[in-house]
Ligand binder design. Structure first.
Ligand code: FCB
Length: 463
């Protein structure tokens, strides 16, 4: 198969990735980047004063992570960061989304840890030197364990500690960051962390999940105030993972089930952020699980955003549970990834156009994560990942369609630059456009990475 990128307008029959010439993807101001997160790649968990995080504790607990994997070494990025940033340049990416490990940069008393801060200063300085735009997430799930010991996100105080952290980071890193994201996927932190226990800290109580969500969103609001005060010229946003829900049949009950699926996955987060209220349907799904909300909290949470980060992976088909909820009803004979997730680019387009219709004040959007896992292997120094190539191409086409239907989307970050520690699934699930051999730490650019690089190169030289 020929993998050469082609110039816009020429025949693209043999090229499995390059977008058609009328795609928004050819616009030079549409940002193309790659994303990672601290715990998933850094390793070096007890170096230079880093404190334990909830993911160190959780992954060391037998039975929590597949094969007993932990982030102790991961991609050893803490030591190999320069080589990894060279990979970003080699792949022609224009932007990098990364996260800061909170337990690396602050001690238990809230004082700065210079060695941890210097790591991120060097890294961000190098990214700027290379001409990449920097998108920095403050909280990609690695809560300091000492805060969890005081109740974690169930304790309102954690939101204020997060604001202190945002304050420190924006004072220290102001000028190094183009776009700040307070939180990555509060749905996962709240629901998987406190609602069903699949993620750290591993608690399972719905009432906990809604209270944790409220404190996470409050942390976002308070943190954003600090970021605005210290670093006025950067963009401030938050990242939400969103899910498309469709009903098994066109019956009113199944359609209602699909609606409730999307309320639980999307509106639970987006309504407080963009409307200043929780969706009332949520309490139909989860009667009695309303969080304690203090006067003024929702105003803090709903302060204007400069952008919204959207992470999208799959669609879920559901049916009514016969009462007030939904149950999953997986479709047979659909394409799935190594995660078992259904491949559905239309789901992404439909969600984006739906949000555009629902939220009058929807800020500009960046797709801050999209990608897929496959069981990739190195053969003769190369990694062929045809499913990923088609997946990315189709999801980028869905983004293009949404833009053409009026949604303001400014960029797209592939998840992920590197194969990495995939949370409860450990190292088995490979999401990278670069393969990592965890025995030798050897990096091998996958075919998908080569094609992205060729496309960005072709775009740069396009007149
Ligand atoms: C998202 C996470 C990211 C990665 C992808 C596959 O939920 O934000 O860290 O694990 O899923």
């Amino acid at each position: 198969m020929a993998y050469d990128a082609v110039a816009p307008g020429s025949s693209q029959q043999s090229d499995p990735f390059t977008p058609p010439s009328d795609s928004v993807l050819w616009r030079k101001d549409f940002l193309l980047g790659a994303a990672t997160a601290s715990y998933q790649i850094e390793g070096a968990v007890s170096e230079d004063g880093r404190l334990p995080s909830i993911w160190d504790t959780f992954s060391a607990t037998p039975g929590k992570v597949l094969a007993g994997d932990t982030g102790a070494v991961a991609c050893d990025h803490y030591h190999r960061w320069e080589g990894d940033l060279d990979l970003l340049s080699r792949l022609n990416f224009e932007a990098y989304r990364m996260s800061v490990a909170w337990p690396r940069v602050m001690d238990e008393a809230g004082r700065p840890n210079r060695k941890g801060l210097d790591f991120y200063k060097r890294l961000l300085g190098k990214l700027k030197e290379k001409g990449l735009q920097t998108f920095v997430t403050l909280y990609h799930w690695d809560l300091p364990q000492h805060l969890e010991d005081r109740g974690g996100w169930l304790n309102r105080e954690t939101a204020y500690r997060f604001a202190d952290y945002a304050d420190l980071m924006s004072r220290e890193l102001s000028g190094h960051v183009d776009a700040w994201m307070t939180l990555n996927e509060p749905w996962c932190s709240a629901f998987l962390g406190y609602g069903n226990g699949h993620h750290a800290p591993g608690l399972a109580n719905l009432r906990y999940a809604t209270q944790a969500m409220h404190h996470l969103l409050l942390a976002h609001g308070l943190g954003t105030q600090a970021l605005r005060a210290n670093d006025p010229s950067s963009m401030k946003g938050i990242v939400a993972n969103v899910g498309r829900g469709t009903g098994e049949t066109s019956s009113a009950a199944d359609q209602r089930a699909a609606h409730l699926f999307e309320v639980q996955h999307n509106a639970w987060i987006l309504d407080p952020l963009l409307k200043g209220e929780y969706p009332s349907d949520l309490w139909e799904l989860w009667p009695g699980a309303e969080p304690l909300v203090l006067e003024g909290d929702l105003q803090t949470i709903a302060a204007p955003l400069d952008f919204l980060g959207i992470n999208y992976y799959f669609r879920t088909n559901v049916k009514s549970d016969g009462a007030h909820g939904f149950i999953e009803s997986p479709l047979p004979d659909v394409e799935r990834t190594q995660m078992g997730w259904e491949v559905s680019p239309d789901g992404l387009r439909d969600l984006l156009t739906g949000f555009h219709g629902t939220y009058a004040n929807l800020p500009p959007i960046y797709i801050t994560e999209n990608g897929m896992a496959s069981d990739d292997k190195v053969h003769n120094g190369a990694v062929e990942d045809p499913q990923r190539i088609t997946f990315l191409k189709r999801h980028l086409a869905a983004v293009d369609q949404a833009v053409k239907q009026g949604v303001d989307i400014r960029g797209y970050f592939v998840w992920s630059l590197l194969d990495n520690f995939e949370w409860a699934y450990g190292y088995e699930r490979r999401f990278g456009v670069v393969h990592v051999d965890y025995g030798t730490q050897q990096r091998t650019v996958k075919r998908s990475g080569e094609l992205i690089a060729k496309f960005i190169e072709a775009r740069k030289t396009k007149r």
